[in-house]
Structure formats: structure tokens, C-alpha cells
Ligand binder design. Sequence first.
Ligand SMILES: Nc1ncnc2c1ncn2[C@@H]1O[C@H](COP(=O)(O)OP(=O)(O)O)[C@@H](O)[C@H]1O
Ligand SMILES: N[C@@H](CC(=O)OP(=O)(O)O)C(=O)O
Length: 449
Amino acid sequence: MKVAKFGGSSVANAEQIRKVEKIVGDDPDRKFIIVSAPGKRHKDDFKMTDMLIQMGTAYLNDEAYEHYYSTVLQRFKEIIDDLHLSPSLMHEIERSIKGILAQDVDKDIKMDQVKAIGENNNAKIISAYLSDIGLDATYLNPKDAGIIVSDEPGNAQILPESFSKIYALREKEGIFVIPGFFGYSEDGKLITFSRGGSDITGSIVAAGVDASLYENFTDVDSVYSVNPTIVENPREITVLTYKEMRELSYAGFSVFHDEALIPAIKAKIPVCIKNTNNPNAEGTLIVAERDVNAAHCVSGIASDTGFCSLYVSKYLMNREIGFGRKLLNILEDEGISFEHAPSGIDDISVIIRERNLTPEKEEIVIERISDELHPDTVSLQRGIAVIMVVGEGLVNTIGVAQKATTAFADANVNIDMINQGSSEVSMMFGIQARDINKAIRSLYKAFFE
Ligand SMILES: Nc1ncnc2c1ncn2[C@@H]1O[C@H](COP(=O)(O)OP(=O)(O)O)[C@@H](O)[C@H]1O
Ligand SMILES: N[C@@H](CC(=O)OP(=O)(O)O)C(=O)O
């Protein structure tokens, strides 16, 4: 029994949905189909979820929303017409969107309902199409599937009782098409996962039904060893461990949502990343363990921008009991999560996502550190990029750090920070965001060419 999730690019229009039908029909084990909202049809296109967020924001702010509304409807209409489905489905969709907008509910709840319109209606369309061409397919709402989540709009977390409910679906006959990206709280509110969260739904359903495989269909043949938009035709990765994928998706391998790994890891479900546009390509398998070849210990190099570094130094910091705790307490008090905290004897750098440290918060944090910890220096540097060199066995292989630092030097890129040792599978480097592409190309050359 397999779970197959189709991302936004795989269900962006009728042509893509026909490919989905072929893939589903080709393997009777593909019983649970998770779908995203229509994604981009070409590079400059819009994702329906982005359009819905604009529509919801305008509606809630009493601004003109009609343009977004008609663009969303038009997009569904095109798909329904091109698949030759009944116009009554379009009427049903229009009625349900109007109903959502008219409902008198809390702003956050309304926004989540609006965001879910893309997935929910696409699942109805795809299930109608699969039935139309003769497959025994049914639309299944996440509530009826048993996806029960925490009451955190826009950032749902799955609740443990979901899994036994989802397990009961194994007994049912036929194919189920489930919209990704949202679940329901215990008191019945629709709550969305974080952006890109259809991957999470797929993983939850795979863990719940104890699937033999979770297939994640997207628009690339595999996970590549570096972001394909930075290096042309990078090497494909055939197998990765969960730990490797976790670190790579954390640092920019957007092909698979980092939260989506959790249910799969816990239930030990193998995950396969595959291409809807080329389903015969092998794809990338993500599993608990794999053979490690010391000569090729680096699997991938990921990079992400949008970080800042809070640098604090104080002579004899190492002897001051509780210094680190007090520093992190200030961040906790101000509601700021941190990413890494590499430290020296008298210095510590705390790496934070820039979006989590607004200029107002920055001022408060720096003032509190100065007043409460009396450091010699406290400063904040924005525009930092993080590069993760990831691979099983990497930390025990001699010469990797030297090879990486030489690659940075060859590209004339200064390393602001290195963090190695805490993770068994990665080395982290902090550099200036403007240097990211040349650094990645140079590292790719050093480790893969
Ligand atoms: N290392 C990588 N390997 C493969 N794809 C990557 C990598 N890093 C970033 N990506 C991007 O991830 C995209 C697929 O993810 P996403 O856009 O979320 O797809 P979907 O529409 O299927 O949900 C690819 O088109 C590619 O541009
Ligand atoms: N449609 C949602 C959820 C999602 O997973 O989409 P995609 O499969 O296109 O990444 C979003 O854009 O966030």
C-alpha cells in the first residue's frame, strides 16, 4: 500500500493532472493520493496559494479582493473545462468559496480556510477526473481521514491520536484523494500546516496507514546534490538517510519540507522523491540507513540566506556560570528562536533567522544583553548565508574540512563562521549572502567534479 503526494507543479493544470491519472492508474498499490493546490505552470506563473493569501488579506482588510477571487475561480474553471468535467463541480466550488468568505469567524480561522481552498477543491477535481476515466476514486476530507492537529493557525502540528484513526482507512476499498496542507483541530476548526505543508499531510497519511512507500511526486528527477538553480545539471542523489535529508531540507533543499520527515522517521516509512514529468526516472530514496562510501562521503551541499549573527564577547566568559543560559533566556523572553550557537572561550555567536528578529526586537535584545550581561562587545550582523555540507560518515573522514575551506578560498569567499562537531552528518559554514553562488559552485567542484 503506497501513499503518493503530488505537489503544486504536478497538479497545476489539466495536462499535469492527466499525468497524475496515468501514474495512479499504473500501480494498484497507489491507494492514497495527496494533492496540492495548483502550482506554477511556468517560471513566471503564480501559485494558487499565494493568490488565495492575497485574496484573504484584502478581504479581511476591507480592500478590493474581487480581482484575486475571479483569478482563482478562472484557474479552477480552466482545469474543469479542460478535463471535460461537469460544470456543476464549478458551481459547487464557487458556492463553497462564497460561503467561506461570508462566514463570521475569527480572522486567523478565516485566513486558514481561505488558504486551504486550493488544495480542497483541487482534490475534488482530481477525484472527479479519476472516477470519470474509470478508477474507483473518492475525495476524502482530512477530517474524515482522521488528520487531527493542534489549534495553531498556519502552523498545525499533528496530534498522536490521528495515527490510529488514519490506520482504519486501510480497510476501505478504492483510491482516496485527500487534499494536502490542512487538518482539523479537536473542536473541528480547519487549521493549515506551514507553507509547503502538503508534504507533511503525505507523510502523516503514510505513517498512519503504515505504507510500504511514501512517494513524493514533484518536477525534478531526483534530489540533486546542490540546488539546480545554482549549478546546472548537478549530480543526482539516489539514496539519502533521513538525517541527511533533514539537514539538507533545513538549509534550502526546498524539494521536501523538513517537518514532513518526522512522521516518516517515526514510522520508518521509506520516502521516494519522483518526477511526475518523468515517472520512469529512479528518483531519490530516503531511508533510515545506507551504505557509506568514504571516497564520496558528501551527499549534498545546501545553502540558505536570511540569517543574522548576534555576536557577544566578554573576557573570561568561559568562567561565568550561567552566561549562555542568561543570553538565551533573553531571546526566549522576547519570543525569538535561534538556529545555532557556535562559541569560543570568550565569545558566542547566536545565529537567528532574520525574519525572527525585527529591527524593534533587535534594539530591545541588544539593550537587554548590554544591561544584564555587561559584555565587552555586542553586535548584530545581517545578510548571513548558511551552507551545510552534508553526508553520512563525513565527520569521521579525514580532510573534508580542509577540502571545503580550500574551496571557499579558491572562490575568494571569506568564512565568517564554522560549526562542526555537534551534528554527525554535517558541517555548517556562515558566509556573506552575496557570496553564496560562487561559494556553492566552488564547493560543488571540489566535492563532485
Ligand atoms: N537540491 C535540490 N534538488 C532538487 N530540487 C531542488 C533542490 N533544491 C531546491 N530544489 C527545488 O525544489 C523544487 C521542487 O519543490 P517544490 O517547488 O516544492 O515542488 P512541488 O510543486 O512539487 O511541491 C524543484 O523544482 C527545485 O527547483
Ligand atoms: N499549496 C501550499 C502547500 C504545498 O505543499 O504546496 P506545494 O506542493 O506547491 O509546495 C503552499 O503553497 O504552501
